[in-house]
Design a protein around this ligand. Structure first.
Ligand SMILES: Cc1ncc(COP(=O)(O)O)c(C=O)c1O
Ligand SMILES: [Zn+2]
Length: 433
């Protein structure tokens, strides 16, 4: 396969010198395999397919690699040899996300009737309280390598906060774009780090379209949009969820994983991460099933899965799960492929079921999830009830964000059990003794 010169956009003019991004050797088109030098580009000039990172991975000595990983830092950088980052990444100013708990969820399992072992990968404890710190940390290294001075993104909320914080830590400017009507927790988190925050009057899909225009305009020159022109690097960060889950299970792939879908990038890269672990000999090659989770009010991938379609029909989102509210998901077709290839499924739940699931997870495991976590737990319950997810198999459910950012979802139905005078008679009258 020939290596074409990278197609340039105004924003890609930041640097064309060779870069050190560790084992990343080139960009490769997911559709036609055409290769390009590493650069701030994301679409194939031949067929417009998405570009992915091609690697020179450390093959041949899985035991040595495993030992180096296990001796590494308690962050995603323990996997630096498998990511598009320089070897000394952990010494650079960044938020050091990852290595979050894999919680054995026996009480939730009992409620759901799971007997094969149930775990929650709880990513709410990342530095800005969502899994987005993983992807942004990878994009930040690409931004540094290409000489960008402004970090940007189109966001459903969590990404904006993660970009603002990462830029602050790295000493870069940030300017992030969100739909104007997000939850207060997301807006405040996105603004507090001191960068520019722009609310767009429209949906996420409008925000994303606007950012694509900005990249092609001189106004966006020198800007690294983590999920647009840096998307190939950004997306690789989600592989670390697969790596951590397997390592935390004793270097074993679980039988079933339940993953939320917005653009579908995270789900697609978790599958890529699992396949890399197999090909490197770090885990046994055994079958696994991937399940995608959406909210009914924004379920274009679930709809296509159920209808047996290969294309996604875009929708106008209307759900409390705003972090997952992408009506035209870029990686939707790949999610369909993965769910079908692995014998999984894509399912959706109503907003009411999302709220019930948030409370169920909180009550049984002491984990307060944001609405995206309510979506995965709710979908897990629904798939068990419909006999699609096998309760006798080991299952990992992702919680990708913190409930404190989406208080509005549960506040109307959650509050004090009683409000009483400060005396014992009042307490007894309340029936709580
Ligand atoms: C909390 C949370 N979980 C999951 C996702 C899904 O991400 P993706 O776009 O990779 O599907 C998002 C996206 O914004 C999110 O904020
Ligand atoms: Zn191509």
């Amino acid at each position: 396969m020939s290596v074409l010169s990278a197609p340039t956009t105004p924003a890609s003019a930041a640097s064309t010198a060779p870069v050190d991004l560790g084992p990343a050797s080139a960009l490769s088109c997911r559709e036609c395999g055409q290769r390009y030098p590493l650069g701030p580009i994301f679409a194939c000039a031949e067929c417009f397919g998405p570009l992915e990172i091609a690697y020179d991975l450390p093959t041949g000595d899985p035991e040595g690699l495993r030992s180096r990983i296990e001796a590494g830092p308690a962050s995603i950088w323990r996997y630096a040899e498998l990511l598009p980052v320089p070897a000394d990444v952990a010494t650079k100013p960044n938020l050091n996300p990852g290595w979050t708990p894999l919680v054995r969820a026996d009480r939730l399992a009992a409620e759901l009737g799971v007997t094969g072992g149930l775990w929650v990968k709880d990513d709410s404890g990342n530095p800005t309280h969502s899994f987005k710190d993983r992807v942004v940390a990878n994009a930040l290294e690409a931004a540094r390598a290409f000489g960008f001075t402004t970090l940007s993104c189109s966001s459903t909320g969590n990404l904006a906060g993660a970009v603002g914080a990462a830029a602050a830590r790295a000493g870069l400017r940030s300017c992030v774009f969100i739909p104007h009507d997000l939850e207060q927790g997301k807006v405040v988190m996105a603004a507090v780090y001191g960068g520019d925050l722009v609310g767009i009057e429209g949906s996420y899909d409008d925000v994303n379209r606007f950012c694509s225009e900005l990249i092609g305009d001189p106004a966006g020159e020198g800007w690294g949009f983590v999920n647009v022109n840096l998307r190939p690097y950004y997306a690789e960060g989600s592989k670390t969820l697969a790596f951590e889950i397997c390592e935390q299970l004793g270097w074993r792939i679980p039988d079933q994983l339940v993953i939320p879908i917005a653009s579908g990038s995270q789900l697609t890269k978790i599958d890529k991460g699992l396949r890399e672990l197999i090909s490197l000999g770090l885990v046994e090659d055994r079958p696994y099933r991937i399940f995608g989770a959406q909210a009914e009010g924004c379920s274009p991938v679930s709809r296509a899965f159920k209808d047996g379609h290969e294309v996604i029909r875009p929708v106008k989102p209307d759900t409390i799960a705003k972090s997952l509210a992408i009506g035209n998901p870029a990686d939707g077709p790949y999610v369909l492929d993965i769910a079908r290839r692995t014998g999984g499924a894509v399912e959706d739940v109503t907003d009411g079921q999302v709220v019930d699931a948030i409370k169920l997870l909180a009550r049984t495991e002491g984990i307060f999830a944001e609405t995206a976590g309510g979506v995965t737990v709710g979908v897990t319950r629904k798939l068990i009830e419909s006999g699609v997810l096998d309760p006798t198999l080991s299952t990992v459910v992702l919680n990708t964000g913190d409930g404190l950012k989406t208080l509005d979802a549960v506040a109307p139905t959650t509050g004090p059990t009683a409000v009483i005078r400060p005396d014992l008679d009042a307490f007894r009258e309340a029936g709580l003794a």
